[in-house]
Design a protein around this ligand. Structure first.
Ligand code: GYE
Length: 342
C-alpha cells in the first residue's frame, strides 16, 4: 500500500506502485523509493525479554526515518489474533507482511489469502510447518535444534569433566509454548541426548516461555520429585522463574550437582539479567538465541525490492555461554563451538 504522504505524487505523476504487485520486482528492475514502504508485523506477544528486545529491534529498523510505515500488532501469544492481524494487513494492502508465528501449524488458509493478494510474507524467528512451505517468501531465525544440541552436549561434557555418571542425571524440562519452533527444536534435542547418554528425563511441562509459569511449573516439579538435579528451561525467563522456585524451597542453584545443587540450563542470553545469572553461577549454561532480527528482515526487503531473491532459510550464528570453565567447547557433527565465559 502507498501511504498518504505519497498519494499526491501518485495522482499527479502516475508513478506509484500498484497495490498488490509492487513488492517483488524483476531482476535489475529498481523501484523508485519515494513512498514509505508499508510493513505489517504480526509479533507473537511480549512473553519474554527475548521477545521485547526483538520487538524493539523491529520497531527501530522499520521507522519512518528509515523509510517505513510499520503496522505493529501484538498477538498476545494467540494464533487467532495473529490470523486477524494478517487479514487486516491484507485489507490495508501493505507492501510486506512479516510474521513471527506463535506455533508452526495452522497457517495455510491465511497465508494463502496473503499469496492471493500478492503480498510477500517474510517469516521471522519461528517457522510454519512444511505444508505452508510454498506460502511464504523466506524465513530468518535461529536453528533451535542446534541450540538444544549445544546445551545438551555441554551437559554431557560437563559430566565427563566432573566425573558424573550420566545415569545420575535427573532432568526436568520446562518447555516453551507447545508447538512453537523454539519449543519443538529444543525439546527434540533434549530427548535425543537423553536417549544417547542415558540421563533420566523425569518430566516435561510447558512454561509458555514466561517467568511466572516457569516458577509455577518448577514448584510443581519440586513437590513431585525429590531427586531433580538439572532443570532444562527453554528460555531465560522460565529459568528466572525456576530459580525463584528452587530458592523458595530452600535449595541452591548451581553447577555442583554432586553436592546437592540444582543445575539450571537455559536459552536466549539476550538480557543483562541472564548474563549476570551466568556470571553468578545461577545459570550454568545458556544456548544463545539472537533476537536482533530487524536489520536482517530489512536486508531481505531491500533485496526483494532490488529484484534479488533471498535465501529461503537464513540461519543466524549463535554462541554458548557458561561461567564454568570445565567445558571449553562442544563438538557437534564434527564442528567445535567455543563456550564463552561472560
Ligand atoms: O527463545 C523465547 C521467546 O521463538 C526464539 O520465544 C523465540 C523464543 C525465545 O519467547 O524467549
Amino acid at each position: 500500500m502507498i501511504t498518504v504522504l505519497t498519494v499526491f505524487s501518485i495522482i499527479f505523476t502516475g508513478c506509484g506502485n500498484a497495490p498488490g504487485n509492487s513488492a517483488v520486482n524483476k531482476p535489475g528492475e529498481a523501484v523508485p523509493e519515494k513512498s514509505l514502504i508499508t510493513v505489517g508485523f504480526s509479533q507473537v506477544g511480549a512473553e519474554s525479554d527475548w521477545r521485547n528486545i526483538n520487538t524493539e529491534s523491529m520497531k527501530q529498523t522499520f521507522s519512518p526515518e528509515n523509510g517505513y510505515d510499520l503496522i505493529y500488532d501484538d498477538g498476545q501469544q494467540k494464533q487467532q489474533n495473529q490470523i486477524t492481524a494478517i487479514r487486516t494487513f491484507i485489507q490495508k494492502e501493505v507492501d510486506y507482511i512479516v510474521l513471527a508465528p506463535v506455533i508452526e501449524d495452522g497457517w495455510n488458509t491465511v497465508l494463502t489469502e496473503a499469496r492471493d493478494a500478492d503480498i510477500p510474507v517474510i517469516l521471522v524467528d519461528r517457522m510454519v510447518n512444511d505444508e505452508a512451505r510454498d506460502l511464504f517468501t523466506c524465513w530468518v531465525g535461529s536453528d533451535f535444534e542446534l541450540e538444544g544440541r549445544k546445551v545438551c552436549e555441554w551437559l554431557n561434557e560437563y559430566c565427563k569433566a566432573n566425573h558424573i555418571n550420566p545415569s545420575n542425571i535427573n532432568i526436568v524440562n520446562i518447555k516453551g509454548t507447545e508447538g512453537a519452533s523454539a519449543e519443538l527444536g529444543r525439546t527434540k534435542s533434549l530427548r535425543a541426548a537423553v536417549n544417547e547418554y542415558g540421563w533420566n528425563l523425569l518430566d516435561e511441562r510447558s512454561g509458555d516461555f514466561t517467568q511466572a509459569k516457569g516458577r509455577e511449573v518448577m514448584s510443581r516439579f519440586l513437590r513431585q520429585y525429590d531427586n531433580i538435579n538439572v532443570v532444562y528451561c527453554e528460555n531465560d525467563n522460565e529459568a528466572f522463574g525456576a530459580i525463584e522456585a528452587i530458592e523458595a524451597e530452600g535449595k541452591t542453584v548451581g553447577s555442583d550437582i554432586r553436592h546437592g545443587e540444582i543445575m539450571v540450563l537455559a536459552f536466549d542470553g539476550s538480557s543483562d539479567q541472564a548474563v549476570e545469572a551466568v556470571r553468578k553461577g545461577q545459570i550454568s549454561c545458556i544456548g544463545e538465541c539472537n533476537p536482533l532480527h530487524g536489520p536482517r528482515v530489512e536486508k531481505i526487503i531491500k533485496n526483494l525490492r532490488n529484484g534479488i531473491t533471498p535465501d529461503k532459510y537464513e540461519y543466524v550464528d549463535e554462541d554458548i555461554f557458561s561461567a564454568d570453565d570445565s567445558v571449553r567447547n562442544v563438538k557437534i557433527d564434527g564442528e567445535a563451538y567455543p563456550v564463552t565465559v561472560p
